[in-house]
Design a protein around this ligand. Structure first.
Ligand SMILES: Nc1ncnc2c1ncn2[C@@H]1O[C@H](COP(=O)(O)OP(=O)(O)OP(=O)(O)O)[C@@H](O)[C@H]1O
Length: 416
């Protein structure tokens, strides 16, 4: 018999990655568990669970009788995820740290570490996602670092690996994986692909992982912990006081400490205001945060967005899009948001315009627009620009009616 296939499993100390390691072991692989420390606990004022998580991952490895390692990517996380996040906030956008962590840390630094330092034949995570490959195909690929260009590699171009939503559609985590590189995907196993969360919990109980089953599911941004977002972000960014302005009539409603303390659609805390107002836009040139009086204000609804250069997971860009210049697919930008039919056009710089079949609330610059064909996740692009809101169109119609009936402002044309 040949050498056992070696799979390095990213283990967070949570139930999903613990069961992923268990499944890999049952499949007969040589499994190594690795806990990544991505955030320096000394920086935290709130609750730090990183040491406890590491200990929990170690205990699972003991039960499974597999080697355990810990690796620090604190520097890399700070550089590629957190600093980027701060820059985005300063520019008025709201980034998604989980997407960035997968792209730069788990499927780049961790992936490289697993192959180059630990001698992996494949990596695995506890994500709920599927690929178009059987395990055996994963092992047949040769390892290449994630930054390697696909150009010139004929095999990769002929057989791109696809990313699919998991069987458990509620848990499916493709949005978070939508920026990962093809090379990393080719060498990755998702052992939970076909399982439901309930079944995973049952497996964890049977395997005796009681200490991980008792933990609460991680929610929100891990490094913020229980702290209020405003006080957290003001530890890192200089306050930039500005005004809350009513989108309805331009009235000054109050003041805030910086536009980056708010995201679109969020409730605005305006001192002295009895009623609840919601953030509908930001003007970083003036520092103003525009607010509307209802959570479903038409200024929050729009149906078009432009991304930066789109990241296509398997075919860059999809041949259908090149052929017809327009492609019908599905869209979302938040985990657990239903998929919405849309039509996509490709611009010369690789960015895309996405036109949705209906308006959605709080499409947010900085978030990733993720596209699907059926269950296949095609990839994602960062939202940079929005089309006119329902409110802007309404105002424009009113203005043109008042000035003798010219046409309302059209949705933006895709740039050529
Ligand atoms: N600190 C970490 N060290 C190693 N792997 C990690 C770490 N954090 C996350 N992962 C990997 O990324 C996967 C997805 O993590 P995420 O926190 O998004 O989901 P989760 O469903 O809470 O997973 P889990 O139940 O395993 O914690 C995990 O299953 C694990 O494989």
């Amino acid at each position: 018999m040949g050498l056992l296939r070696h799979v390095v499993c990213a283990m967070s100390g949570g139930v999903d990655s613990s069961v992923a390691a268990l499944i890999l072991k049952k499949r007969g692989y040589k499994v190594t568990g690795v806990y990544m420390k991505n955030w320096d606990s000394l920086d935290e004022i709130g609750v730090c669970t990183s040491e406890k998580d590491c200990e929990d991952a170690y205990r699972v490895c003991r039960i499974l009788d597999i080697p355990f390692h810990q690796v620090s990517f604190v520097k890399e996380y700070w550089h590629h995820v957190f600093s980027y996040l701060l820059k985005e906030y300063e520019e008025g956008r709201t980034a998604n740290p989980d997407v960035l962590c997968n792209k730069h840390i788990k499927f780049d630094h961790f992936y490289t570490h697993a192959f180059n330092t630990l001698g992996a034949d494949a990596v695995a995570t506890g994500h709920y996602a599927r690929t178009s490959q059987e395990d055996e195909e994963v092992f047949q690929q040769s390892y290449s670092p994630p930054s390697t260009s696909l150009n010139g590699d004929r095999f990769e171009i002929r057989n791109p690996v696809k990313l699919y939503r998991a069987a458990d559609l509620v848990k499916s985590q493709t949005l978070f994986l939508s920026q990962i590189h093809q090379n990393a995907l080719r060498k990755t196993l998702f052992p939970l692909a076909g399982l439901t969360k309930d079944f995973v919990k049952k497996m964890a109980a049977e395997a005796g992982f009681h200490h991980v089953l008792m933990k609460k599911e991680s929610m929100g941004i891990c490094f913020i912990g229980l702290r209020k977002f405003e006080s957290f972000i003001l530890e890192y960014l200089e306050p930039k006081p500005g005004k809350f302005i009513s989108i309805e009539d331009g009235r000054v409603m109050g003041s805030h400490k910086g536009w980056f303390t708010y995201t679109l659609g969020q409730r605005a805390r305006i001192q002295g205001q009895k009623d609840t107002w919601f953030v509908v836009d930001k003007d970083i040139a003036t520092g103003d945060v525009l607010v509307g009086p209802t959570t479903k204000h038409p200024a929050l609804f729009c149906d078009t967005a432009r991304t930066d250069r789109f990241h296509w997971i398997s075919e860059d860009p999809p041949p259908e899009l090149v052929r017809t210049q327009k492609m019908d697919c599905l869209f979302h930008f938040l985990h657990n948001m239903p998929l919405i039919p849309c039509s996509v056009t490709l611009n010369a710089d690789g960015s895309v315009w996405i036109t949705l079949s209906r308006t959605v609330r709080a499409l947010t610059p900085g978030q990733f627009a993720v596209l699907y064909k059926g269950d296949e996740c095609l990839g994602s692009g960062k939202i940079l620009e929005l089309g006119p809101s329902e409110f802007a169109l309404q105002r424009s119609r009113e203005r043109s009616a008042a000035s003798g009936g010219q046409k309302a402002q059209p949705a933006p044309e895709p740039a050529s």
